[in-house]
Ligand binder design. Structure first.
Ligand code: HEC
Ligand code: HEC
Length: 440
């Protein structure tokens, strides 16, 4: 006979409150409270780091590349025409309306205040207000723009356009597929540091940067020096979603590591913040000649402005859900049919396991398994592609799908799988599968 449950015995004895801690309201125990407070603190801190921290990278973007001079323009103590708000919006930079004083916003809305979108001084005022998503300006004692730094939110947040195109409330984790990172960096007056790193000249660096196009960046360029694929097209990848990553094992298109590995990687090696980064895989001079030469596998800075921020940064990122598409934006009945196909005949769920839509476990595949070339996979340690989590696909349609956007839309993705896996899906089945993907 089974022994009676200890809790049941306690309840019967009327001793529940003293015998069983679990009968107390959750969160009231001392360590329970510690956990909850810790979670709230981490979340607050993490959000602020994700949005506003430069990790000291202004020493690179301002100090070395002198990007701030190009932003200010000659009239304001820099060089060239300067970056007007119109230009900034045209290269995909976004403006956070919540950073502006509400009376200013109201005055603009009602037409009482006219803003000159062609005046770089307005860009500088927006920087002063911390309103340019992902970019921080630093004024010198003389009032001039003295430096500029970048933040995670530059690429990994956009806005909801609620005020005007490119101006609205922040959408953290949504990739900014309008952002032309290459065009922005190419504005920098002095790219000699980058040219030296890549063992080339500044003109070549600018050509490469301008080849990326909107919504793309090439994180691996600074490891292997490969700017173009064998077919001559840019080796840059799309900026991925930074939402819906809780429960996902390896991150990045080619599975470099978990969220925190990549956060440390990016903050140190791409943004050029000042921290510590250790990854002995980068010491391989054959696969990662640029990284090996530069010692990227063993980066140390004193003080370290990054490592202490990793816990909160990761916590915040994992708390960002994938956005849900609005009802009415897809055909519910058709999506239901597609759901059955996804799990059944089309075999999608063998890799994209709901509800995380990647493998719970080791989520990596060879190029041959998914029927594409292995160029990008070959640039990463495991020589594989990571199964992309699919939730929130609607929030990242711009620029296409797969790591380089090779498939213009979801129908093209489904056609690709139909061919690769010889699924022999009929037209109605393909439409249903696409509708299901649109519902995620
Ligand atoms: C200049 C644009 C840019 C900036 C700034 C940037 N990222 Fe990224 N991020 C990318 C790109 C592009 C990738 C895809 C890289 C790849 O897969 O090779 C990426 C990938 C990621 C991923 C993996 C997402 C996935 O699908 O698995 C995470 C997590 C991430 N970045 C976090 C951060 C954090 C945190 C910061 C700030 C410390 C940051 N990024 C700054 C462009 C950027
Ligand atoms: C063998 C494992 C595997 C199977 C089976 C599979 N996928 Fe994928 N899927 C992947 C990998 C790996 C990627 C990343 C490819 C890349 O970025 O180049 C991916 C990417 C995608 C993307 C692009 C996501 C983005 O944001 O770029 C979509 C959409 C997708 N798969 C849908 C499907 C559908 C629909 C099916 C079934 C017909 C399916 N997958 C079957 C592994 C798989």
């Amino acid at each position: 006979m089974r022994a009676p449950h200890a809790l049941a015995v306690a309840v019967v004895a009327g001793l529940v409150l003293t015998v069983s801690g679990s009968a107390q309201p959750p969160g009231s125990g001392t360590f329970d409270r510690t956990i909850r407070t810790h979670a709230e603190t981490l979340w607050e801190r993490g959000r602020s780091i994700f949005r506003y921290d430069t990790f000291g990278d202004e020493a690179f973007w301002g100090g070395a590349l002198k990007l701030h001079q190009a932003i200010a323009g000659e009239a304001l103590g820099g060089i060239g025409p300067g970056v007007s708000p119109a230009t900034a919006l045209a290269v995909g930079l976004k403006v956070d309306i919540d950073a502006l004083p509400s009376h200013t916003v109201e005055a603009i809305r009602s037409g009482r205040l006219r803003v000159d979108l062609d005046d770089p001084a307005v860009t500088l005022a927006l920087l002063d207000a911390n309103a340019v998503v992902g970019v921080k300006g630093f004024r010198g004692a003389d009032g001039r723009l003295a430096s500029v730094g970048i933040q995670c939110s530059l690429c990994h947040s956009t806005v909801d356009d609620s005020f005007a195109p490119g101006v609205g409330h922040r959408l953290d984790g949504w990739p900014n597929r309008d952002l032309n990172v290459g065009a922005i960096v190419a504005l920098a007056p002095d790219l000699s540091v980058v040219a030296d790193l890549l063992d080339t000249d500044q003109a070549t660096v600018r050509t490469v940067l301008r080849s990326w196009g909107p919504g793309k960046f090439d994180a691996q360029l600074f490891l292997d020096g490969k700017a173009f694929r064998p077919d001559g097209r840019s080796a840059a990848t799309l900026i991925p979603a930074a939402f819906g990553l809780a429960g996902v094992n390896l991150t990045t298109y080619t599975g470099w590591g978990g969220v925190s590995h990549w956060n440390a990687f990016v903050a140190n090696l791409e943004m050029h913040g000042r921290g510590t980064f250790l990854d002995a895989r980068l010491n391989d001079p054959l696969r990662f000649p640029v990284a090996a030469r530069a010692g990227f596998g063993n980066v140390r800075n004193d003080p370290d402005l990054i490592t202490s921020k990793l816990p909160a940064l990761q916590f915040y990122q994992l708390s960002i859900p994938a956005p849900v598409p609005s009802h009415g934006s897809y055909d519910l009945a058709l999506a239901e049919q597609g759901k059955a196909l996804f799990a059944g005949a089309a075999r999608c769920a063998s890799c994209h396991v709901p509800p995380i839509y990647t493998e719970p476990g080791w989520n990596m595949h060879t190029a041959a398994e998914i029927g594409i070339d292995d160029f990008q996979a070959g640039r990463a340690p495991d020589r594989r592609y990571r199964t992309t989590p699919l939730a929130g696909l609607h929030a990242r349609q711009k620029g296409g799908f797969y790591h380089d956007g090779r498939f213009a839309d979801l129908r093209a993705v489904v056609d690709h799988y139909d061919r690769t896996f010889t699924l022999n899906l009929g037209e109605p089945q393909k439409r249903a599968l696409v509708e299901f993907l649109r519902s995620l």
